[in-house]
Design a protein around this ligand. Structure first.
Ligand code: FAD
Ligand code: NAD
Length: 405
């Protein structure tokens, strides 16, 4: 008697939530659950900008996968997925192959550089704990080198953030809190530090509530951020970036650090595995299965869901990934019961809150505008709620954000 094997790829919001939901609902003698993740820890992707700026330590944004899974029910494999051979129902990893009956792909996102020259080589992106660490250490090393060099290279103290989307703005919010501390440590005059936010669109946080955007811009400008809007980044090199000025001209901005926060795509594993996709995001069926694949679900940043009201894709968020995990769990259970009627996924968007450092934020929650302290408290509630929904009370107590004064 062969057990049915469910394999889940990725222990982020979508994958780990699916795993903990399944382990509660499934009897192990019928089904084998396997979770594959690159690291032996889960990280809070939505907190990575804090690790990147150095306002949170790595261990504050991570917890061990095994602290939330039931190892009697779930086999955890630490490995990097390289490809899915759908015809053979096999997952290829850096340490070997794993076969599956049902597959849940939740491998998250990667940086999208739109083919802009030099970005992959010379810009950083906030995409993982390791990537966040590289950013934090790079900035610190620029400050340390500046302090110690005889002939001072002023550009070392220039930081460019490409993109004024939520990632760019949240990172800037952390950075403006971090810079005064770095300046103190390395005895650097803070006036020498330059922070630019370069945004191609005509506005910061394009499409978001203008009054709240104005609040965020004023907050960040007051703390030294210079916005260059309507200014697309056209290239990067070891000295800095090239930006477009008007139709034809370009201009160079020299910088010691360039952070590219101007786009994400799904996992490259999607493309490698031959799924029909747009920037590695698969337009999934309403029941979250990949078109043409009855046994493969795709959720989170690797999936694409259309908002029928405006006929445009929903922005990929943790909020959606967590909600999709619930639907996938129910649909897997239905398939195991041989049912054919699966549940359609409908996002229930409760709002968006964008932090501005630890103590300020802007947001719209249940249609209500928030800014300042109430928004910041709400953001921490949302962060703690995500911890709770996967890891329960003990994870919230260990990793939660309680500093609300
Ligand atoms: P993730 O949660 O990113 O998890 C993917 C997992 O897969 C990771 O554990 C990774 O290590 C693993 N993995 C990746 N590749 C492989 C591989 N090849 N082999 C094995 N394992 C692999 N959304 C919100 O709703 N609210 C927010 O406030 C918010 N803030 C954000 C702040 C930042 C700085 C960023 C970058 C994003 C933010 N988002 C936010 C978006 C949100 O984080 C993503 O939409 C969400 O994480 C997607 O969930 P996921 O399960 O698809 O992927
Ligand atoms: P994004 O795609 O939302 O924003 C990217 C920004 O970069 C846009 O404003 C775009 O106009 C700009 N841009 C694109 N090309 C450019 C260029 N060549 N030069 C300069 N600017 C350029 O990406 P993101 O901010 O990383 O967000 C990714 C996803 O994560 C989104 O779905 C977002 O909603 C979600 N997110 C949510 C939160 C939150 O809810 N607090 C925080 C971070 C991210």
């Amino acid at each position: 008697f062969l057990k049915t094997k469910i394999v889940i790829l990725g222990a982020g919001y979508g994958g780990l939530m699916t795993t903990v939901r399944l382990q509660k609902k499934i009897r192990t003698d019928e089904v084998e659950i396997v979770l594959i993740n690159k690291n032996n820890y889960h990280y809070e992707t939505t907190w990575l900008h804090e690790a990147a700026a150095g306002t949170l330590r790595d261990d504050q944004v991570t917890y061990p996968v095994k602290s939330v899974i039931d190892v009697k029910k779930v086999a955890f494999i630490q490995a990097s997925v390289t490809k899915i051979a759908t015809a053979e129902k096999k997952v290829m990893t850096n340490i070997g192959e794993v076969s599956y009956d049902y597959l849940v792909i939740a491998l998250g996102g990667e940086s999208e550089t739109f083919g802009i020259k030099g970005l992959k080589e010379y810009a950083f992106s906030i995409t993982s704990v390791d990537a966040a660490k590289r950013i934090r250490e790079h900035i610190e090393s620029q400050f340390s080198t500046y302090q110690n060099e005889a002939l001072k290279k002023e550009e070392r103290l220039t930081i460019i953030v490409g993109g004024a989307g939520f990632t760019g703005i949240e990172f800037l919010g952390e950075l403006v809190n971090r810079i005064p501390k770095l300046c103190k440590t390395y005895e650097i005059d803070q006036n020498k530090v330059k922070i630019y936010c370069v945004e191609a669109a005509k506005a910061v946080l394009p499409g978001f509530d203008p009054e709240l955007v104005e609040y965020a811009v004023a907050y960040l400008e007051k703390r030294g951020v210079e916005f260059k809007i309507g200014t697309p980044i056209k290239g990067a090199d070891p000295e800095g970036i090239l930006v477009g000025i008007g139709e034809e001209e370009t201009q160079e901005i020299k910088a010691g650090t360039v952070i590219w926060a101007a786009g994400i795509r799904g996992s490259s594993v999607i493309e490698e595995s031959g799924f029909e996709a747009n920037r590695c995001r698969v337009k999934v069926d309403p029941d979250l299965r990949a078109p043409g694949h009855e046994n493969i679900f795709i959720i989170g940043d690797c999936s694409l869901i259309i908002n029928e009201e405006i006929n445009r894709p929903y922005p990929p968020t943790a909020q959606i990934a967590l909600q999709q995990a619930d639907v996938v769990t129910n649909n897997l259970l239905a398939l195991l019961r041989q049912e054919t009627n699966l549940t359609a996924f409908k996002p229930d968007i409760k709002g968006t809150v964008c932090s501005l450092g630890e103590r300020d934020a802007i947001g719209i929650v249940f249609g209500k505008k928030l800014k300042g302290k109430p928004a910041s408290v709400m953001k921490k509630v949302i962060d703690n709620r995500a911890l709770f929904s996967i890891g329960g009370t003990s994870t919230v107590l260990k990793k939660g954000k309680f500093n609300i004064l």
